[in-house]
Design a protein around this ligand. Structure first.
Ligand SMILES: [Zn+2]
Ligand SMILES: [Zn+2]
Ligand SMILES: [Zn+2]
Ligand SMILES: [Zn+2]
Length: 502
């Protein structure tokens, strides 16, 4: 068996959590644990209408010559994932795509696509279904009381069983597939940049923890070849034999109140992990607020596992409650989301404005300050008007500060070989290189100090190379790895020259 196909995990089971996975040998950070093929993949819920072959946004009204649903071209029409799935069903039943006015808005006609692909994969691979998919949680009981149930009943169950003539699939089975997808599918980024969802049976066995100890990367070429959307799972940190492996089903940079609410609403469980149970989120203070009644007080939850409890200042007698804190978080989150798509100079300024606005309300390491730092640390040096050559020393120093404060938090909540740490080390190295040279030419540091500073910057770049090494070349991180590797090789080979010619 080749190294790449060797699984280094074992599935265990206990009454409390059901299935979970442990590693079968001692692993070092970066080691491959397993790779697997998706059972099925396709558009997310609430997706705009995308090409059903490559998931590109629709331009014009190019339709499949066989089924009449959106694809970009003949090549996309022949990608097996479309051709062998909904294309056959829609053609046979004569169900046509109804043209939409706004191709960027949610398209209800797309809700049925991925559930249908799962159902057809079940027919093709009954054994794999029984063994790998049927044991997955679908939480039908909890879902029956939600508005989502009726929505799925109309848009998926009745649509597939009626117009699409797929009444060989029972109502209950279709709802089960919808539940399995919502709870177990992972997001994957198509080459077009759009997110789709993909079902990985082994990856889904991993229990949730708000601090994951693995990284998963999805290979996607968009050509529909046999390895498209394969996932590889690596150790993010060293893991000893028999150690449990965890993935995170939520966004690791959200504060506890928001993560737990998301997990409760969409995955139907109350997270009680070490991070959620700790008032300071393992010392990161991602949930903490500043007290404005006293000088150095920090406002903390009195019981992080109770989302209605009292929150108290550590220094004075000020108190509030979780409901009020959640409102503050929701307001800030909405303001950040409103500027999410802005990646130009206005985007930089809009985020700095939010940053300043909440500096007196939030702890410096609060989740939302952290989320703003992620964007700002990458936009300084990239956004128009803020490219590396444009940046004065003051802003280069700001970029360094953003990266370092960010890494302090990431070291705890996204430890080890996480993509975001790899990217942040990359962002950190370039302003350090420029600052060192500027300081040397302004006679602020001597040659020995210059050498030390340059060495530090090159080492950070090396760290980035090490972390991003496992990323598939089709992803943005994989492309960043190539750039970082080339830069690191050159800087290392010419290091003495770099010092001498500064
Ligand atoms: Zn396409
Ligand atoms: Zn078609
Ligand atoms: Zn948790
Ligand atoms: Zn106080």
């Amino acid at each position: 068996m080749s190294d790449a196909n060797k699984n280094r995990f074992i599935v265990r089971r206990n009454d409390e959590v059901g299935r979970f996975a442990v590693v079968s040998e001692d692993l070092k950070a970066g080691d491959l644990i397993f790779t697997e093929k998706p059972f099925a993949y396709g558009p997310k819920s609430d997706s705009p209408p995308l090409c059903l072959g490559c998931y590109n946004a629709l331009e014009g009204t190019s339709l499949c010559s066989k089924c009449g649903w959106p694809v970009c071209c003949t090549e996309c029409e022949n990608i097996p994932c479309h051709k062998e799935n909904e294309c056959e069903v829609f053609s046979k039943a004569g169900v046509k795509f109804q043209p939409v006015e706004d191709a960027s808005a949610v398209c209800l006609q797309y809700e049925c696509i991925t559930p249908l692909r799962v159902l057809l994969a079940k027919e093709r691979n009954p054994e794999r279904w029984e063994k790998e998919i049927a044991p997955m949680e679908a939480h039908l009981k909890e879902r029956k009381d939600k508005p989502l149930w009726n929505f799925n009943q109309v848009n998926i169950v009745e649509y597939l069983r009626g117009p699409c003539k797929c009444d060989r699939f029972s109502e209950e089975l279709i709802h089960t597939v919808c539940g399995i997808l919502d709870i177990n599918a992972f997001e994957a980024r198509a080459p077009s940049g759009y997110l789709i969802r993909s079902l990985y049976p082994n990856l889904a066995i991993l229990s949730h923890n708000c601090v994951s100890n693995i990284v998963h990367s999805i290979e996607c070429t968009g050509t529909g070849d046999k390895d498209d959307y394969n996932v590889s799972v690596r150790a993010a940190v060293d893991i000893a034999k028999d150690g449990e492996i965890f993935s995170s089903y939520t966004y690791s940079l959200w504060p506890t109140l928001v993560r737990r609410e998301f997990l409760r609403e969409s995955k139907y469980f109350d997270c009680k992990c070490d991070r959620c149970s700790d008032k300071t989120e393992l010392g990161t203070h991602m949930s903490s607020l500043k007290c404005n009644r006293c000088d150095n007080g920090v406002i903390l939850s009195t019981d992080p596992l109770d989302d209605k409890c009292e929150w108290k200042c550590t220094h004075c007698d000020f108190s509030t409650n979780a409901v009020a804190v959640k409102k503050v978080f929701a307001t800030i989150q909405a303001e950040i989301e409103a500027v999410e798509m802005m990646s130009d100079s206005e985007g930089v300024e809009a985020r700095e404005t939010i940053f300043r606005k909440y500096r007196s309300v939030l702890h410096p390491k609060n989740a939302y300050m952290t989320i703003l730092r992620v964007a700002l640390s990458q936009l300084y040096g990239k956004a128009e008007g803020y490219t590396m050559e444009d940046l004065p020393d003051l802003i280069l120093e700001r970029k360094v500060e953003l990266c370092q404060q960010l890494l302090d938090v990431l070291d705890v909540v996204e430890p080890g070989y996480s993509r975001i740490r790899g990217i942040t080390f990359y962002e950190l190295h370039s302003p350090l290189l420029i600052l060192a040279r500027n300081q040397y030419s302004a006679d602020l540091i001597d040659k020995e100090q210059l050498r030390r500073k340059l060495k530090e910057a090159v080492d950070y770049l090396g760290e980035s190379v090490k972390i991003l090494k496992g990323e598939p070349s089709t992803t943005l991180e994989g492309q960043l790895y190539q750039v970082a590797k080339q830069g690191h090789d050159q800087l290392t080979a010419n290091f003495d020259l770099l010092v001498e010619t500064a």
